[in-house]
Ligand binder design. Structure first.
Ligand code: ADP
Ligand code: MG
Length: 620
């Protein structure tokens, strides 16, 4: 049967494949009869390649030759070394996709050639490209890469079809707690539209951490009892890890569980067996801080979306770890509502991908998808300040234009340095590229108008252009992969921004104050030079004094004094240039008008930061 597209949730821990049959998404089981395909690849000592649940099972005895969580490395140059061969993350992912393809074909009875694959909303171009490449390596045509939260919403929206009018718009928070990652997305669903409003998360928080807590507890208890530290025995550790995950899963439905690992260790007195009981109460006590950690990204996503917690209509639980009662309790208490669990949290993403596939072949009614940028885009302006044009969480595609100006008199070149990030100072953000706009007609600072435009297209490609309004001169640059950052980098950039917001703010203020002072000193010197003999000796010495004082306070880093001295110098320049103009009008002094105007400029209100940004003069 041709023209069918499967949907694949290529997860960090587990992958799932789905297809729409008779208008409804169904999940395709693996050849082992399980609907989860562990995203694990093992290489046996005899050269055999093991994929999925068999690989997960042998991870216990073959830890060195087992590859877990390869998704974390997609789009990076990380390599997996097995014997004398190196594998890229794409190749490892392709092995998982190959098994999925083969198992699906066996189950469906027809070739599977096309797929929609999901990726986290924060995945960059290169991570998406790597995912697509993995599909290609596995012999799949990846017809579309879609965001996991978008997929979840599509499955959810499809599920409630007929139940509500399709024009009802709901704000849904997707709480996706998987094996190693926690992703929160705020999505608007309704009227056939799925729009991701904001995303946040913790790339180092997932079910594995809950397993680890059980493991640590078992190890400590065992040590207390037998004085044997299991941590030094790698095989014992692998068994403990598996047992811990099983115990955790059981505790989602049972109130207590027995952990039984015979022959886990031995000493002079003979073999030792681990046999312990863990209650759900104890388990929840051991992991309370992990539950608490989920709060921050959830609240941050809400804040980024510009909404408040009461505007969240629905909380959708996605990911295997949301089966834990404590997670559901947390969601209940945080949002004061019952989380929605209408769709299996393990299957929902793959089902959404299958629906997207069905939309593409016309089997399901159309839905439009809109996505958002994960980091702000802007340029560096005078004083090393980062000035944003496109704010993070803006819709893609989008375009923003702002007018900038020169920072110095006679400046004929501006450098457009494009950056991405959340910090206030350019140096702390990621540089995307730079270009110069030359041949600006010499004019007093603040006079030239340079229009800078950022265009972000649907594929996430950024075009930046700068145009001198007077001459129409234009320069532009195309930046590929603007978000070529890892999730860690994005996360830490967002986190740093919060931590350093205060410090950056202070430095930004300092830089603004010092910059203004420099401009006044510069103007004073120009004025003295330009007016020459036409300036009275009293004015000249007053101007010298004022500039010297300002220089001294700048050297002393005394911010309030710099501001005060700048103001004094500015006032002085104002009265001097007024006199010069008066002299001009009365014809007493034939000063060059343009130069007088340049001297007069500081008398004007300093332009509002929001409208006018200057560049350093490259030629200085
Ligand atoms: P990913 O999206 O990272 O691939 P999944 O959504 O498949 O991950 O979630 C896997 C995690 O869910 C694992 O840590 C697994 O132990 C956990 N998990 C699965 N079922 C349960 C359950 N019933 N109770 C608690 N945790 C579970
Ligand atoms: Mg997942």
């Amino acid at each position: 049967m041709a023209g069918k597209i499967v949907g694949i949730d290529l997860g960090t821990t587990n992958s799932v494949v789905s297809i729409v049959e008779g208008g409804e998404p169904i999940v395709i089981p693996s050849s082992e009869g399980d609907y989860l395909f562990p995203s694990v690849v093992g290489f046996s000592k005899t050269g055999e390649r093991l994929i999925g649940s068999v690989a997960k099972r042998q991870a216990v005895s073959n830890p060195d030759r087992t590859v877990l969580s390869i998704k974390r490395y997609m789009g990076t140059d990380h390599k997996v070394q097995i014997d004398d061969k190196q594998y890229t993350p794409q190749e490892i992912s392709a092995m998982i996709l190959q098994k999925i393809k083969a198992d699906a074909e066996a189950y469906l009875g027809f070739p599977v050639e096309q797929a929609v694959i999901t990726v986290p909303a924060y995945f960059s171009d290169s991570e998406r490209q790597a995912t697509k490449d993995a599909g290609t390596i596995a012999g799949l045509e990846v017809v579309r890469i879609i965001n996991e939260p978008t997929a979840s919403c599509m499955a959810y929206d499809k599920n409630r079809e007929g139940e509500k009018s399709s024009d009802d718009v709901e704000t849904v928070l997707i709480w996706d707690l998987g094996g190693g990652t926690f992703d929160v997305s705020i999505v608007e669903v309704g009227g056939g539209l799925v729009e991701v409003k904001a995303t946040a998360g913790n790339s180092r928080l997932g079910g594995d951490d809950w397993d680890q807590r059980i493991m640590d507890w078992l190890i400590e208890e065992f040590k207390g009892k037998y004085n044997i530290d299991l941590r030094s025995d790698r095989l014992a550790m692998q068994r403990l890890k598996e047992a811990s995950e099983n115990a955790k899963i059981q505790l989602s439905t049972e109130t207590k569980v027995r952990v039984n690992l015979p022959f886990i260790a031995a000493d002079a007195t003979g073999p030792k067996h681990l046999d312990m009981e863990l209650t759900r109460v104890k388990f929840q006590e051991l992991t309370a801080d992990l539950i608490k950690k989920c709060e921050e990204p959830a609240l941050r996503a809400i804040e980024d979306s510009g909404l408040n917690i009461h505007q969240i209509n629905k909380v959708l639980l996605v990911g295997g770890s949301t089966r834990m009662p404590a997670v559901q309790d947390k969601v209940r208490s945080l949002f004061n509502k019952e989380p929605s669990r209408e769709i299996d949290p393990d299957k929902v993403v793959a089902m959404g991908a299958a629906i997207q596939g069905a939309i593409l072949v016309g089997e399901v009614k159309d839905m439009v998808l809109l996505d958002v940028t994960s980091l702000s885009l802007g340029i560096e302006t005078v004083g090393g300040v980062f000035t944003k044009l496109i704010e993070r969480n803006s819709h893609i595609p989008c375009s923003k234009t702002r007018i900038f100006t020169t920072a110095a008199d006679g400046q004929t070149v501006v450098e457009v340095h494009c950056l991405q990030g959340e910090r206030e100072l350019a140096a702390h953000n990621k540089s995307l590229g730079r270009f110069e706009l030359r041949n600006i007609p010499p004019a007093p600072r603040g006079v030239p108008q340079i229009e800078v435009t950022f265009d972000l297209d649907a594929n996430g490609i950024v075009n930046v252009s700068a145009k001198d309004m007077a001459t129409g001169n234009k320069q532009k640059i195309t930046i590929q992969s603007p978000t070529n950052l890892s999730r860690e980098e994005i996360d830490s950039m967002v986190k740093d921004a919060a931590i350093y917001a205060e410090e950056d703010g202070r430095r930004r203020e300092e830089s603004t104050i010092r910059n203004k002072a420099n401009i006044e000193i510069d103007t004073a010197e120009h004025t003295m030079r330009d007016l020459g003999e036409r300036m009275t000796p009293e004015h000249r010495s007053a101007l010298r004094d004022a500039t010297d004082r300002l220089r001294t306070s700048m050297q002393a880093f005394d911010l309030p004094k710099i501001s005060a001295d700048t103001k004094t110098l500015q006032d002085l320049l104002f009265s001097i240039s007024t006199d010069a103009y008066y002299a001009l009008e009365t014809g007493r002094v034939g000063a060059d008008q343009a130069k007088a105007q340049a001297a007069e400029a500081p008398a004007e209100e300093e332009p509002d930061d929001a409208d006018l940004f200057g560049w350093f003069n490259k030629e200085e």
